[in-house]
Design a protein around this ligand. Structure first.
Ligand code: UDP
Length: 245
């Protein structure tokens, strides 16, 4: 049984990125009939779960919750729960794309989200760079609710190993949860803006910034319009450190 820690009532298993990838690979190998929903739990999601019951249910019912962000890891350390490291949607996506080198079977991916140009470019980049994966389908993320069913049906008929949902959080989580019984995918992950990174539209922080746990600052400097969203980080830290059950 994997150890876990609680942050503001949300359970985070103590897993490194590699252990998470290992677990996800096992899920794919098991050919389960039920979709495994991976939620990358960032401070915004944890905060929203405090008042949004539906989102809380989605997170509680997820197959796997990962520590998305240094804020989550730091709070866990202060509270004695010690999560080993960040496991972000972007890290997961890149590792999964690289990951299946020694298996004869290619993993299949469906990419949902980002704008049309970015979505196309992401497929191009992945096809060139990662010969061990097959992209079976894609759809941009700017669709109306009445288009949901056609997209769900397409994904269901393609039955990908991985459904990558880049619609931003928590829209991705809600979308996956709503349709999880129809999607016919083994694993579905909300990955925020990661397709923008894959396509080269947005640059990820250099490794040194990541090592210094300053990726949030790099993002803020590159996309100053995010400042309002990032205000939640100090609020989260204060609330989470002093959170009483
Ligand atoms: N997006 C989308 N449809 C929408 C709104 C956003 O596909 O209606 C995409 C957007 O193009 C971007 C991603 O969702 O690729 C959101 O990125 P962001 O970095 O804001 O997400 P976060 O990591 O904060 O969840």
């Amino acid at each position: 049984m994997t150890q876990a820690t609680q942050i503001m009532g949300i359970t985070f298993p103590k897993r490194t990125l590699d252990e998470t990838i290992q677990e996800i690979s096992e899920v794919v190998g098991q050919n389960r009939s039920e979709l495994c929903h991976v939620v990358t739990g960032n401070p915004e999601i944890v905060m929203a779960c405090q008042h949004d019951k539906e989102l809380r249910t989605i997170v509680e019912e997820a197959g796997l919750v990962t520590a998305d962000g240094i804020g989550i890891v730091m709070v866990s350390k202060v509270r004695g729960g010690s999560l080993p490291e960040r496991v972000t949607g972007c890290d997961l996506l890149f590792k999964l794309l690289e990951g299946n080198a020694d298996s004869m079977q290619k993993w299949t991916f469906y990419l949902l989200g980002a704008d049309e140009e970015t979505s196309k470019k992401a497929v191009e980049v992945i096809t060139q760079k990662y010969p061990n994966v097959t992209i079976v389908g894609r759809h941009h993320g700017y669709f109306k609710p009445e288009e949901d069913q056609a997209i769900v049906d397409e994904i269901g008929s393609l039955a990908p190993d991985f459904l990558i949902v880049a619609l931003g959080a928590p829209r991705a989580e809600r979308w996956i949860y709503k349709y999880k019984h129809e999607l016919n995918a083994r694993v579905a992950i909300g990955v925020g803006g990661s397709l923008d990174v894959v396509a080269g539209k947005v640059k990820r922080a250099p490794k040194m910034w990541q090592k210094l746990h300053m990726e949030w600052l790099y993002r803020l400097l590159k996309q100053p319009s995010r400042w309002r969203r990032q205000l939640i980080l100090p609020r989260f830290a204060l609330k989470a450190v002093f959170y009483k059950k």
